[in-house]
Design a protein around this ligand. Sequence first.
Ligand code: NAD
Ligand code: MG
Length: 299
Amino acid sequence: MADQYTMQDPTTQYPKPNEGFQQHQDGPGLEQSMSPKPDAGEATYRGSGRLEGRRAVVTGADSGIGRATAIAFAREGADVVLSYLPEEEPDAREVVELIEQAGRKAVSLPGDVTDEAYCRQLIDTAVAELGGIDILANIAGKQQYVEDIAQLSTEQFDQTYKTNVYAMFWLCQAAIAHMPPGSTIINTASLEAYQPAPILLDYASTKWAINGFSKSLAQQVASKGIRVNVVAPGPIWTPLQVAGGQPTQALAQFGAAQSPLGRPGQPAEMAPAYVFLASPESSYVSGETITATGGVPTP
Ligand code: NAD
Ligand code: MG
């Protein structure tokens, strides 16, 4: 079975988009109901002890990039607290099972990250159930396309900022109070931070904010021995995109027109960046953004 260490042609490693990619689910969407099903590393990610004994909180851990990251963290030896919305329980169950199969502890705490009290509870749960926290991966995110600023509601603008920016702030604040030296925080920006699409006004601007927040915080907590970094994915095949992240017709071209590799990325291709930034291998890397865009140039 091929894994992330098997040499392959990246242009043909995963499917190119076609009409079959056009599908719609109401948000937040389920990975289980997608076709083709994304690769979150279930059968392709091989661990090698890079996070032995670590204690992680992963948001958006049920599906997409968060799912791939939670699976990878566990296979690398970490215990994981999983955050996701209650309606995503069917996807989350599968991740819990995979973490347990890897011989690690999985603690589910469904809830809404736009609620500050829930964010604090997530960190408290890691402290109580895992004996502490030394990795925080903020991967939950909201993306709903709106063609015209006239149609962008204050409610949506607020929800996008609460989910993508405020939750990151609350979770970082609560986690840092408990983190020992050597701990790592990884936030999730996007290619949209550098090439904002006209239909993603609220989303793209949160992703720019995440970069700025992370670079500021990295300097602030460096003396505590805590590192803060960012992963900025390009177009990745996940529920976010089929649940209103893109117009349905655009999915037939998703990732193809944009990226030189000619296809969307898969969640499994993002997880190694999170693992690298979480592990001591990246000990001299902080305030950095790793872009994984299928070859789209970024500043
Ligand atoms: P996804 O839908 O699988 O993951 C997003 C997750 O966010 C959901 O599973 C859900 O659990 C969580 N979430 C959303 N609102 C929440 C709320 N109010 N409370 C709790 N949890 C909530 O999609 P994904 O593409 O894997 O997204 C993960 C991250 O990657 C997001 O931050 C997204 O912005 C970012 N990203 C995605 C792409 C892409 O093309 N898919 C590109 C760049 C960045
Ligand atoms: Mg989900």
